[in-house]
Structure formats: structure tokens, C-alpha cells
Design a protein around this ligand. Structure first.
Ligand SMILES: Cc1ncc(COP(=O)(O)O)c(C=O)c1O
Length: 397
């Protein structure tokens, strides 16, 4: 099918929420490289939006999923599920949490975390959450309501009540919002969709103290930052802080749709039978993928390597910024979650499209950022390819 035919079908039959999509159709991939139907190769710095952590065509992941599909794809949570139990054990060991619940997406993981916090304080009159301005937590009603960006809220008023918004990196602004109704604080350790902004360590550490002092739950949304992307399994480890509840999704299934929330001690025991559930969540196929991805993270130096690759990536971006200060405003990020912030006169989307024409896939994020969240198998050579493409593209603007 040609891309023109595909566009026609998409326009006619698919709900129009994605607008104009990328101008080529990937048909296969190898490591961090994609290929279109004409065999054209692209280096992928977007990785399915921070999802394809092991890259494309990972033989081990393919074998794990295929073997599981041949025995059981789905069975329901009415049964004990070996891959679910194995993946849960690995996730708890890697993260230091006591219990996990598997769901199907990031929004569902945050939805579950919000419910768990509410359940923990059930009957105690504590139901309000403090979230951050400019955050992104998902598109279900609770997670949309927790998202601190007016542009996502506007078409859907009235939203779910009980979310209030503080300034990122301002402890006084958080403290001012704490009341006897507050049950938790939800935070992305690195704001993702809002513009790839790592939190200041003192802010995260201060939030932990505020939660301890006021008896609140700290919820870390690690949907984009977790699973080893920043060099540690959880980005919060870089700040020396552990949240009471952590949410994960994106990379943990290596591309198979899955999310999870993790909790400790009495918080993890707050849910009792019937309080929460999911038909598909934690199913054999999805958790076979999680079990495999986690086994790779546990048995290799991949996470540590992400930190080194991230340094090289940001150094390359700093070189680009030094060459084109008229276009580039800043370089931000941690590990393999990075951004080149452009001055307002040049839209990140136009640079992204020009890069795609040169065979390099990137993404955008809020605040006019060009975003890089590549597979963990990206190479130093790929980073050089990106740098050369960026230098060539920025010269044309
Ligand atoms: C930090 C964060 N939270 C939640 C979500 C929502 O995840 P999903 O799209 O899987 O529902 C995202 C997605 O980009 C995210 O980056």
C-alpha cells in the first residue's frame, strides 16, 4: 500500500487525534535503525516515544514473546500466571518496592496509583493531590486532571476535582498548597512531554521531607524516566529519594503494551480483593515481555551504559548549540532522555521533519524542544550521525 493510499484510509477511518503523521512508513527495524518499504534506513532517536528500549528485532524478546504466544497469550487474572509472578519478582527486586500491579499503559498506571493513594486514606478525609505545573500524566480523566497543562484541560472541562498545581522546583509553592485534605504529591522526576526538564535534586529531596512531615504519599511518575533510561532503574535513585508509589510503562515491555504501579509496605497493602483489577493487565504475553526486558537489565551493564551514552549525546548537542547559537537555546536531560531547546523563531517540528528527510528520527516536546529518547542500543556512531544531520539541517534554516 502506498503512503497516499494509507493516508486516505487513515483520514477516512481512523479517529483524527494524531493529525499529520511522519512522512514515511517504517516496515521493519534492526537495533536502533528503522527501514521503510523502499529499504531507506533511518536512525531512530525517538524509539517509539521512549518505548523500544532493546531496539528493534531483539532476538531474545522475540523468542520470549513467541514462546509465550505458542503456549498462552491470555488467560485472565482468575488464574495464577507464571510470567506475571516472575516479572513482578524482578520488578520488585530491581526497584526496591514490595508489590507491583500490572496494567496496560502509562495512564492506567497513574490512574491506579491515584486510586491506591485514595484507598490508603479512605475514610480519613484526605483526597487531594498536588501536581506540578507543566507536567503530563496521561489522558484518562484522573490523569488528565493531574496534568498541569491548560492546553490539555481546556476542551474537557469540568475535570475531576481535587488536583492543585505547584511550581516545579519551588518547595514554598508546594508547601503553600498542603492542607488537611492533601493525600499525595505526584511528580515526574524529569518533566517529559512538558519539555524534558530534570527536577533539581534539592526539590525532590525536599518533597520527600514534606511528605514525611505531613504524612503524605509521594508518587513518582516514572513512565518515561524509569526502566533504566537515566542510568539507574528509577530516575528517583539519581536524587537519592524513594517515592511511596512509583508508576512505570513505556519501556518495561520493550514495545508490548504494559504499565505498572509499585508500592511499599502498608501502602501496597491498601488495596484489598475487588478494589482494583484489569482484564488484560499482567497477562501472560505482556508479562513474558516484561520478564525478558528486566532479565536483560539485571544481567547486563545496559543501564549504566545509558548514562555514558547520554553524556555523549548531550555533548554532541552542546557542540551543535555552539555552532548555531542563533537557533539553539539550551541542552537538557539525563541519561537517554534529552532535549535540544530551540529559540522560538524556529519550530522544533520543522527541524524534526527536516531531520527525518536526512534519515534521522527525533521527536518534539513542549517548550519548543527537539526530543531524544532513543533505544538503549543506540551507538556512539549513531550519535555522530545525529550530530552531522543536525549541523546540516540547522545550516539550512
Ligand atoms: C510521564 C508520563 N506519564 C504518563 C504518560 C501516559 O502514558 P500512556 O500514553 O502510556 O498512557 C506519559 C506518556 O507520554 C508520560 O510521559
Amino acid at each position: 500500500m502506498s503512503i497516499e493510499e494509507l493516508k486516505k484510509l487513515d483520514k477516512q477511518y481512523y479517529t483524527g487525534v494524531f493529525g499529520e503523521r511522519m512522512p514515511f512508513v517504517p516496515v521493519r527495524g534492526e537495533k536502533a535503525h528503522l527501514f521503510d518499504a523502499n529499504g531507506r534506513e533511518y536512525v531512530d532517536f525517538l524509539g517509539g516515544i521512549a518505548v523500544n528500549c532493546l531496539g528493534y528485532s531483539d532476538e531474545g524478546l522475540i523468542s520470549a514473546i513467541s514462546a509465550q504466544a505458542r503456549s498462552l497469550i491470555h488467560i485472565s487474572n482468575l488464574f495464577y500466571i507464571p510470567s506475571q509472578a516472575a516479572a513482578a519478582e524482578k520488578l520488585c527486586k530491581l526497584s526496591g518496592y514490595d508489590k507491583v500491579f500490572f496494567c496496560n499503559s502509562g495512564a492506567e498506571a497513574n490512574e491506579g496509583a491515584i486510586k491506591l493513594a485514595r484507598r490508603y486514606f479512605s475514610g480519613k478525609g484526605k483526597y487531594e493531590f498536588i501536581a506540578m505545573k507543566n507536567s503530563f500524566h496521561g489522558r484518562t480523566f484522573a490523569t488528565l486532571s493531574a496534568t498541569g497543562q491548560e492546553r490539555f484541560h481546556k476542551p474537557f472541562y469540568p475535570l475531576m476535582p481535587s488536583f492543585v498545581f505547584a511550581e516545579m522546583n519551588s518547595l514554598p509553592s508546594v508547601e503553600a498548597l498542603i492542607s488537611d485534605k492533601t493525600c499525595g504529591i505526584i511528580i515526574e522526576p524529569i518533566i517529559g512531554e512538558g519539555g524534558v526538564m530534570p527536577a533539581e535534586p534539592s526539590f525532590i529531596q525536599g518533597l520527600r521531607k514534606l511528605c514525611d512531615k505531613n504524612g503524605l504519599l509521594l508518587i513518582a511518575d516514572e513512565i518515561q524516566t524509569g526502566n533504566g533510561r537515566t542510568g539507574k532503574f528509577l530516575a528517583m535513585e539519581n536524587f537519592g529519594v524513594s517515592a511511596d508509589i512509583t508508576t512505570l510503562a513505556k519501556g518495561i515491555g520493550g514495545g508490548v503494551p504494559v504499565g505498572a504501579f509499585l508500592a511499599k509496605g502498608s501502602v501496597s497493602d491498601a488495596f484489598t480483593p475487588g478494589d482494583h483489577g484489569s482484564t488484560f493487565g499482567g497477562n501472560p504475553l505482556a508479562t513474558a515481555a516484561v520478564d525478558y526486558v528486566l532479565s536483560v537489565l539485571m544481567s547486563t551493564d545496559m543501564m549504566e551504559n545509558n548514562s555514558k551514552l547520554g553524556d555523549a549525546l548531550r555533548n554532541a548537542l552542546f557542540d551543535v548549540m555552539a555552532a548555531y547559537p542563533e537557533h539553539c537555546a539550551a541542552v537538557r536531560g539525563m541519561g537517554l532522555m534529552d532535549a535540544l531547546v530551540l529559540h522560538d523563531g524556529l519550530s522544533a517540528k520543522s527541524v524534526m521533519l527536516a531531520l527525518a528527510e536526512k534519515g534521522v528520527i527525533t521527536g518534539t516536546a513542549g517548550g519548543n524542544c527537539l526530543r531524544f529518547v532513543p533505544p538503549y542500543v543506540i551507538t556512539y556512531e549513531d550519535i555522530e550521525t545525529l550530530k552531522a544531520a543536525l549541523l546540516a539541517v540547522l545550516k539550512e534554516f
